[in-house]
Design a binder for this molecule. Sequence first.
Ligand code: SF4
Length: 432
Amino acid sequence: MTVITDALCPLCGCMCDDITVVVEDNKITEVKHACKLGAAKIMGHDRIKAPMMRTDKNSDFKEVSYEEAIDAAARILAGSKRPLLYGWASALCEVHKKGILLTEELGGIIDNTASVCHGPSALAVHEKGLPSSTLGQIKNRADVVVFWGSNPAHAHPRHMGRYSVFARGFFSEKGRKGRKVIVVDVRKTDTARIADEYIQVQYGSDYLVISALRAILAGHADVVPDTVGGVPKEQLVKLVDTLKTAKFGAVFFGMGLTQSKARYKNIDNAISLTTELNSFTKFVIMPMRGHYNVTGFGQVCTWETGFVTAVDFSRGAPYYNPGETAANDVLARKEIDAAMIIAGDAGAHFPANSVRYLARIPVVQVDPYWNPTTEIANIVIPTAICGIEVEGTGYRMDGVSLRYRKMIEPVHPTDIEVLDRILERVRELRGE
Ligand code: SF4
C-alpha cells in the first residue's frame, strides 16, 4: 500500500493541493480531503476500455487496435480541408503543446473549452488588463469577497473553504467572521444562502448594475435611477460603501457574467470597477475557471502562437479573431469538415446546432471517459488520465503553475503518445 500526500486534484480550477490518495496494487482505493466531485474523478468512473470505430454514426462501435484507430484518425485529419481541434482543458500543458503542433501541421483551427465559458473574459483582459492576485493573497488578506454570477458551493466546492470565505490566513485569522461576503446573481444560489448580502439582478442587466456602481463610486449617485436592473439605488449605494471601505477586496466572477447579455463588455466593465476601487483601497478580480487546466491552455497557446485560443493556422501563420475563428463560429458557418475533440466535451456543452453539425462530419474523440461527445464520434481513442496516471504541469485559476505527480501506472497510452503517433502518421500520409 502506498499513501500519496499533498497530491493535486485534477478536476476544477481550484487545483486543491492537499489531497491524500491511498494506492493498493496500482488501484486507488481511498481519497481524502477532496470534495465529492474531485474524489469521484480520482477514484475513476466510466472509462473507455479500448479504441473503437464505426463506419457511420448510426452503427455500433467495434473495438479496434490503437494502430487502426490512430491510422484512421490521421487519415481523417490529413484529408480534411478545415479541421477543428477542440477541448484541451482537462489535459496537461505538455499535451497542449503537442496539440498546437498538430494543428499547425494540419493548417487547422485550435480552440479550447473557454470558448463556451470564459472566452469573453480573455477579450476583456485584452482591452483592460486584469488587476488580480494569487488565491493565497486573497486567503491571507481579503475582508470583502464578492461572487458575481458564480456559485462555488456547486462548481468549486472547496474554494470557499481553502481560499475565499472560511479560510484563515496571516492577516485574516478570524476566517469567516472577519469577512463580508456578497453574492450578486439572478437567483438565490446556495452560495447566496451563506452570504452576508445577496443582491438579485434581473437577467441580462449586469452591465447596467456595474455601470451604476461605477457612477456612484465616482460621486455621481445623483444620475443613478431609483432602481437599476431590479436593484434598489439604496442597496447599490450601500454596496459601494462596503467595497470602498474594504481593507482588501476580491471579486470572483463566473459564467453568469461572461455568458449573459453584453458578455465580454460585462467583464470589461467589472475590471474597470475593480481598477477604480483601487483609488480607495486594494481590490482584485478573478475569473472562476472551471476545468482544472483551462488556464494552462491559455498560457501555452499564448506563448506558442501569440494568441490565447481560437487560433486558425489555415493562412500558414497563427490568426485569431473570436467571432470568426472560435469553435462555434466555424461550426455555425458549417466550415469545418472534420473535428478532433480531446479532453473536453463538445457534445455536452455546445449549442444544439453545433452538436447537430458535428454529428454530420467525421469526429475523432481522444478522452479517457465516455461522454456525450462519444455519441457523435466515429473514432474513439481512450487515453491515460492526466494528473492521475500522467504527470505534468497545470495552471490554477489564479495563474499559478503547479506540477501534477503520477498516482498510478496507466494501462492506456498518454495523450502525448497518441498525438505524437497521429502527427507522425499525418506526415507520412502527406509524404513529408
Ligand atoms: S474543489 Fe475542485 S480541485 Fe478541489 S477537490 Fe473539489 S473538484 Fe478538486
